[in-house]
Design a protein around this ligand. Sequence first.
Ligand code: ZN
Length: 464
Amino acid sequence: MIRLFDSIAGEVRELETREPGHLSMYVCGPTVYDLPHLGHGRYFLIWDVARRWFSFRGMDVTYVSNITDIDDNIIERALRDNKSEQSVAREFEDEHWKAMDLLGIRRPDVAPRATEYLEGMVSFVASLLESGVAYTTSDGVYFDVSSVPDYGVLAGQPLDSLRAGARVEMNDKKRSPLDFALWKNAKPNEPSWPAPFGDGRPGWHTECVVMSLQLLGDNFDLHTGGFDLKFPHHENERAQALASHHVFARHWSHSGWVMAGNEKMSKSLNNFTSLTDLVQKTDPRAYRLLVLRSHYRSPLEVTPDTIVDAERALNRLDTFARRFSLPALAGKNLLRASDVTWSAQGRDLYERFGALLDEDLDTPSAIALLFESVSTANSLADEGKDAEAAGLANAVNALFGSLGLTLVASGGVDIDDATAALVQARDDARATKDWAEADRIRDELVAAGWVVEDAAGTTHVRRT
Ligand SMILES: [Zn+2]
């Protein structure tokens, strides 16, 4: 049984799905007007890990994550760069996918662009107007939050206290400061779409509720986002769904943000100016490992030191992969536990690992368990218990793969012909137990700047 913290219940509870064995999830996607930042990387890594884990456990997961390709920031950027809104949106959507691909984040099953769902949004706003929960003003259409009796459940505060705390905006067209725009009437030179209540564009909260319901249907299983989306974005999505007599998400799950020092990270971190920059300068797997080592609901501190530390840990894992000649798993593919051949020890590890992840995705404990198992497998191999060691090593590899972390035995280094010939000669020497010759060749390789590692029957070389 998979259990997950639910933001409305305020506790960890069973992830009960609409249909047994199927899981439909909606992950709020990026607004594409700039390069993705480190916070985006952690956010999408977390939901990628969750998706992979649910699949590994045997569920059929439908993963929808939108692209917000029209909003104030995009309009501003287009003006500044002297480009169309569409070309700004496409440019940064490409940057988003590029970074996601490098991080090994699997693409969504559906990635709807808001501008391609306008028709549904227009009729949704029209229906809210008809049922009297929305009203028009001179600048658009607003939702009346008092029409939803439990408004504030995601914020964790009743309407009255939210109202008392609301900033009084300069907008006197709204009836209440918490009411929000469903539709913004077109201003001169802004992109707009036709609507019976006035040409314009949809509000952000309306985009997500319409796309999630249209693609996943009423009562879909899991709606996720970062903590900062809980209120007002998710509260307002939910309010619209309920007011239009839909049954909305069964579970709500929110992830923590990235900190640099004591501050919430937005754009830059020392020498990493963006996520794109980070994944180009470091091993992109390091960020995944760093993310896995903290709980998804906790804030994560990212500093150059923590990245370097994760790279070191990866090095250890790759060395382990070389020693046991482990195949590279995961990548873009989803793995399933049922496809893995488990040894007795491997199965035992999988059971302990699974129990940790099934309890609110406890990746830090699960990863610690895998690192312990790396040591255990190495010790078993040192003691000559090769079969046991190999069985455990294969399980470790599959379980890292279940969370999307690929161990790389090859090291990805180009080895020149002369070096390859030396490696071959050393393997031959070892095969004939000519240890003196094997040692001599090792010294020669080391002198040429290679790190030499012995695996079962083969020599692996890499640069430090
Ligand atoms: Zn959203």
